[in-house]
Design a protein around this ligand. Structure first.
Ligand code: HEC
Length: 123
């Protein structure tokens, strides 16, 4: 019976980890490189797309709202570009994050370029 608390602990830990979207990205998807990394024009285009597609939930400055978490964070900005791209493709449908697979791939990479610039800008 001593094992029971241990099992509970492990299942709670597994559940918590599952809840974080970034942790759910398959390793292979996260390894994809952003063809627009460091491209200024892509960054500006990404900022416009963010205002149009994402700000209603994540806030105009990516500061988060009651609908969606803050994206202006080290965790998001330092996440592998491929992981952010995967999140845009798949969303998190059960938790209210839509899929953006309907946007052309270049536009999704532009958004990723913008997301990865957010944290540095604040410093
Ligand atoms: C309808 C509201 C909604 C819209 C629109 C939306 N999101 Fe989200 N987003 C969410 C919610 C809710 C979550 C949390 C999902 C979860 O925890 O599983 C989330 C999570 C995320 C995450 C993961 C954050 C983390 O710390 O794990 C990223 C990255 C993200 N969204 C980016 C975007 C981008 C970029 C756009 C625009 C292209 C966008 N979202 C549009 C609701 C939204």
């Amino acid at each position: 019976m001593k094992l029971l608390p241990l099992c509970l602990l492990f299942s709670v830990a597994a559940w918590c980890q599952n809840w974080n979207l970034l942790q759910q990205v398959p390793r292979k998807a996260a390894a994809r490189a952003n063809p627009m990394e460091g491209d200024d024009r892509a960054l500006r285009a990404g900022a416009k797309l963010f205002a149009r597609e994402c700000s209603a939930c994540h806030g105009v400055n990516a500061e988060g709202s009651e609908k969606a978490p803050r994206l202006r964070s080290a965790e998001v900005s330092h996440a592998p570009a491929g992981a952010l791209f995967w999140i845009l493709e798949n969303g998190s449908l059960h938790h209210g994050m839509p899929s953006f697979a309907h946007l052309p791939e270049p536009q999704r990479w532009q958004i990723v370029t913008f997301l990865r610039s957010l944290h540095q800008k604040e410093e």
